[in-house]
Design a protein around this ligand. Structure first.
Ligand code: TYD
Length: 136
């Protein structure tokens, strides 16, 4: 299930005043979002994420600075480098993700398809691997 993980280009409207980017939920993105959250004030060397979701879909963007997202599904692994607010990483269900290598003052933005629900999380890698590997 890391195959659906992909970089999505966000339109950028540039004029003499600067840039504006807008993300619409729905068909173009592939899902509607119900929640926005952001990550900031990360100390040097921080690892975030370290979980997978049963159902949640999300788009993850670096609003400022950069970081790497390592995604894996129990058989394959890929790393995406985010360093531009006009490129977001789509992550679907049953993908373990680690967010690493945050630059100083990096800010990550997440558009999430569902409200916060701890029951949708795999917090333990072994539980995730067991279920991910038993999927058809
Ligand atoms: P956590 O899932 O560990 O963050 P990340 O995966 O980005 O490293 O979440 C940290 C804490 O914040 C945890 O106690 C759950 C809480 N939380 C919310 O209350 N609402 C949310 O939308 C999110 C994403 C987390």
């Amino acid at each position: 299930r890391i195959e659906p993980c992909r970089i999505i280009k966000v339109p950028e409207i540039v004029d003499s005043r600067g840039s504006l980017s807008a993300i619409e939920g729905g068909e173009a993105l592939g899902f509607d979002f119900k929640r926005v959250y952001y990550l900031y004030n990360m100390p040097l060397g921080t690892v975030r994420g370290a979980h997978a979701h049963r159902n949640l879909q999300q788009l993850l963007l670096a609003m400022h600075g950069s970081f790497d997202v390592v995604v894996e599904d129990g058989s394959s692994k890929a790393t995406f480098h985010l360093d531009n607010p006009t490129y977001g990483l789509y992550i679907g269900p049953m993908v373990w993700r680690n967010l690493v290598n945050f630059s100083p003052e990096a800010v990550g933005l997440v558009l999430a398809s569902e409200h916060y629900d701890e029951a949708d999380y795999y917090r333990h890698y072994d539980d995730f691997l067991r279920d991910a590997r038993s999927l058809p």
